[in-house]
Design a protein around this ligand. Structure first.
Ligand code: FES
Length: 127
């Protein structure tokens, strides 16, 4: 089983999600097996204004651990990331970063400005 630990920069409780990449897609937005796919499929809301089609930056996440366990980013993703607020060297678009290895352990931070509304845990949208 692969594992994603999700840290919310706004202080919401962490989530640890275990999943089998072979089960992807878990829902219909983003690349099958992407961070976005796994989060949405486990009822962790992440903004994805373009529907996971690599056409916005609302699904920006920062990968704290396991960066090399993700699929390589495309030129289009890199171009979009250049416009993302708070870009870091390990930033990815969650809809494009696919976890392929079932032994992967990934830690991602959802930046405060990425969080709009968390559907679970009762968090309120950022002002
Ligand atoms: S949801 Fe738009 S780029 Fe990921």
């Amino acid at each position: 089983m692969a594992k994603i630990r999700v840290i919310f920069e706004n202080g919401d409780p962490e989530r640890v999600i275990e999943f089998d990449p072979a089960d992807a897609p878990l829902q219909h937005d983003g690349q099958p097996g992407s961070i976005l796919d796994v989060l949405l499929g486990n009822r962790v809301h992440l903004e994805h204004a373009c529907g996971g089609n690599c056409a916005c930056t609302t699904c920006h996440v920062i990968v704290k651990s396991g960066f090399n366990n993700l699929s390589e980013s495309s030129e289009q993703e890199e171009d979009l990331l250049d416009k993302a607020p708070g870009l870091t060297p390990t930033s990815r678009l969650a809809c494009q970063a696919v976890i392929e290895d079932p032994a992967s352990e990934i830690v991602v931070v959802i930046p405060r400005y990425t969080i709009n509304q968390i559907s679970e845990g009762g968090a309120k949208p950022e002002p």
